[in-house]
Design a protein around this ligand. Structure first.
Ligand SMILES: [Cu+2]
Length: 169
């Protein structure tokens, strides 16, 4: 196989893998930290969010300051219901590889393993995963007004109620 052919295949593969970012475009985009309209504080407990309904205006850039007050690792992930359901097997993989432990995230292992399997990297602009007693943030621009959910896709959490609504008015 010549170099040009390999190169073309690589380009083709590149089109296949970011199916996630393609679906991300339909829910909005990573927000500009210099253009924040509002800050919303979200508290994560075992297994629910507070608040679990957030009203959004189309076009708003929101900084979510997310605090994990539970005793388990949790995620704050913005997406459609379909995206969350699709994301759940990925989270199961992180558990299987012992990257997510009950109350810890092995970020060194995550980094190492993501070189072999990109889906284990778990770094998307629309989500953040936090250990207990830690805080993080997401800045998201809601450029599309489709109904979204905030959800934790760690196995069992979504099902037990760790899901809320981001609704447009
Ligand atoms: Cu959770």
């Amino acid at each position: 196989m010549n170099i040009k052919k390999i190169f073309l295949i690589l380009i083709f593969l590149n089109f296949l893998t970011p199916s996630f970012s393609a679906s991300m475009n339909m829910i909005g985009e990573k927000g500009d930290p210099l253009k924040i309209d509002r800050t919303i504080n979200i508290k994560m407990y075992d297994n629910y969010y507070e608040p679990n309904i957030v009203k959004i205006k189309k076009g708003e850039t929101i900084r979510f300051v997310v605090e994990n007050l539970g005793e388990l690792v949790h995620e704050y992930n913005i997406g459609t219901k379909e995206m969350h359901i699709k994301h759940q097997p990925e989270m199961q993989k992180l558990i299987d590889h012992e990257i997510i432990l009950v109350d810890k995230i092995d970020r060194i292992k995550m980094k190492k393993m993501s070189k072999m399997d990109h889906s284990l990297g778990h770094s998307h602009a629309n989500s953040i995963m936090l250990e207990p007693k830690s805080t993080g943030e997401i800045i998201w621009k809601f450029s599309k007004d489709i109904n979204l959910e905030m959800a934790c896709n760690i196995p069992g959490h979504y099902e037990s109620g760790m899901v809320g609504n981001l609704t447009f008015n």
